[in-house]
Structures are given as C-alpha cells and as structure tokens.
Design a protein around this ligand. Structure first.
Ligand code: DAH
Length: 358
C-alpha cells in the first residue's frame, strides 16, 4: 500500500473517530464509540495499524509517525468528550442518593483559649462576689505608677522597661511642636501602654466608696523578650477587695478557691515574701502541679498583698478605716498550667492545629 493511500485511510479514521466522540450524547454512547474506534481487540485503530505492514519499507518511518500523530489526536478527542460528559454525568448520576450517610460538618471556629480562660475566670470570681471593672490600655503615669506608690525615680518607670507613646501617633499638629516629646494626655502627662492591670484598682477606687470587690482582666504590655513564660503583650487578672477588717487570710482563701476551682481540687498555693510598692506586706503567688514523674512542682502565677496605706490615701480612702487585699496573676500562665501547655508563645502563633485543641 502506497504511503499516500495509508495516510488517506488514517485521516478518514481520525475524522470519523473524532466525530463519533463529539456526537456521543452520554457515557454509554461514548463507551460504544471508544470500543468501535479505539478498542484494544477489534477497534478500527487496530485495522489501520495492520495496514502499516503493507507500506513500502522506505516509507515506514513517515507512515509510523503519521499513525502516532493521528492516534494522539483521536485519544485527545476521546478524553475531551469524557470530561465533558463526566461533569454533567455526575449531576445526573443515576446512583441513588444515600441519605443515611453522615453529613459533612462545616468547620466552625471557637473562642481563643485565652478568651475562654478570661470568660471562665469572670464566672468563677463572679460567684465569689467580684464584679468586673475595665480600664484603658493607654494610661497616664498617675494610674500606672504614681497612685500605686511607684515614685518618679523608681526603676519600674524606666522608659526602657515600658512602652511610652511617642508624639508620632498623638501629634498636636502644631508646626512648632517638638518631635521628641513623649505623647501627652489632655493634662499634659506622658502616656504609655499600661504595664499592669493594677491601674484599674486606682480608677475604681477614685470613683467608688468602699467596700470594693472587683476583678479586672485585660492586656498589659512590657518590652520583654518572648520566651516560654514571657510575651511583650500578655493578660492579667487583677483582684481588689477593700472593706473593714480585711486580712491576709482572706486573700489566701480567695486565691486558694481560685486555684482549686480553676486548676483542680489537688492544687496547692504558696506565698513567698516579696515586694511591690502598692502592697505591704507583699507576696509572690505560686501554684502547684505534678510533673510526669509525680513530683510536686511550683509555678509563679503573679503577685499579691495587702493594699499599701499610701495607695488608699492616694485615692482618698482612710487607711485607718479600711484595709484590703489585691492580687495580679498572669492569665497566660494560668491557662497554660490548666492545659499543660509548656510555652505561652503557642497562644500567639495562630496555628489553628494548636488552637483547635481547646
Ligand atoms: N502588678 C503586679 C505585676 O504586674 C502584680 C501584682 C502584685 C498585682 C501585687 C497586685 C498586687 O494587685 O497586689 O507584676
């Protein structure tokens, strides 16, 4: 058979096959066309391939190439038809819909573990009669330091230990205003991101008469390097109780209830003598846990103490009349301890695989 004759046969085959695939109206028709044209045993492609044997030897390479090209084109036409029918075929699938199969649940978000902890602590302390107070995250030095008995020369007020605000954000807009000045409140006092929620104690006492029984939960900021137990932004729960005849024993029983209710009945608390300018005496509060080997271990959760008379006087209370206790604990630490998280940075990596566990 001459090369030209073979090529003509090949073209006729390819045209017919493509037309058949395009014409196929459903999957069954397409399958029938496939068997007819591409079927491995008796398809028409096979017939054409057999004729290749009759082409003169010197024309074989050209004939072989033409055959392969035609085969590729026809197979592509088949795949295209299959895809076209496939998508439609699914929608009109004759498979009955099994309504007993379990459904696909839409993924649902939930509250961040720190938010959950805050909500639970509000609930817990609410049952002990503490109401929730809030204060601003941008504070003046009076509420963050002065009224808390932290005088101007105190190292805690070092600009390197705090996030003072610069004029860049709170610009007065006056052309002559000195750029290097720290941001000022309306009264001209410098402003900073609060470094502790103790600020709220002052704000509450300035506006209410004793007795006072509040907690305050919120973000605080310190230029600390992040590590397993520190983060430049973290949350504190502040507690304040002012009344007549309040003692250190009241403080300890409230914190013990806090620990056993939130962390578990077997959790102990421990006070270590310490110093805070706004309390006297002052203690560091540790809570216990058992490590893998069952050993008793302690974690520092924050500070506490009896409110310093200077603080009571600063807000206009009479230290001879009333006393009180205060405490400030790290929410991340309490939450981490509750869930056996060993690194508080995990809370802020925004890895949903971690966050979804809570
Ligand atoms: N404000 C302290 C801190 O940030 C914690 C603290 C200690 C709060 C003693 C208190 C307190 O209310 O009485 O480290």
């Amino acid at each position: 058979m001459a090369l030209t004759t073979f090529q003509a046969e090949l073209e006729a085959f390819a045209a017919a096959a493509q037309a058949a695939f395009i014409a196929a109206a459903d999957a069954d028709a397409l399958e029938a066309a496939r068997v007819e044209y591409l079927g491995a045993k008796s398809g028409r492609l096979k017939d054409v391939q057999k004729q290749l044997g009759g082409v003169p030897k010197e024309d074989k390479p050209a004939a072989g190439k033409a055959f392969n090209d035609a085969k590729t084109v026809v197979e592509a036409a088949f795949n295209e038809a299959k895809e076209r029918l496939g998508s439609g075929a699914q929608a009109t699938s004759r498979e009955p819909f099994d309504r007993t199969l379990p459904g696909k649940r839409a993924p649902l978000g939930h509250l961040h573990p720190i938010t959950q902890t805050i909500d639970e602590l509000k609930d817990l302390m609410g049952r002990l009669g503490f109401t929730v107070a809030v204060g601003p995250e941008i504070e003046d030095e009076w509420h963050n330091f002065e009224a808390l008995n932290i005088p101007a020369a105190h190292p805690a007020r070092d600009p390197l230990e705090n996030f003072y605000l610069s004029t860049a954000k709170v610009s007065t807009g006056k052309p002559g205003a000195a750029k290097s000045d720290a941001a000022k409140s309306d009264s001209g006092a410098p402003l900073l991101l609060r470094s502790q929620t103790s600020t709220v104690q002052i704000r509450v006492m300035e506006n209410t008469k004793p007795p006072v029984r509040i907690i305050s939960l919120g973000r605080v900021y310190r230029p600390d390097t992040a590590d397993a137990t520190h983060y430049p932004m973290f949350h504190q729960i502040e507690g304040l109780l002012i009344d007549r005849h309040v003692t250190m024993a009241d403080l300890k029983s409230v914190l013990r209830l806090f620990a056993s209710s939130f962390l578990g009945g077997d959790v102990h608390i421990r006070f270590r003598p310490s110093f805070f300018p706004f309390t006297e005496p002052s203690v560091e509060v540790d809570m216990s846990w058992h490590d893998d080997k069952g050993n008793l271990r302690w974690i520092e959760m924050g500070g506490a103490g009896m409110v310093d008379p200077n603080v009571l006087a600063a807000v206009g209370y009479d230290p001879e009349e009333v006393t009180g206790f205060a405490f400030g604990l790290g929410v991340e630490r309490v939450c981490a301890r509750r869930h056996n998280v060993t690194d508080i940075r995990e809370f802020y990596r925004n890895d949903v695989r971690f966050l979804h566990q809570f």
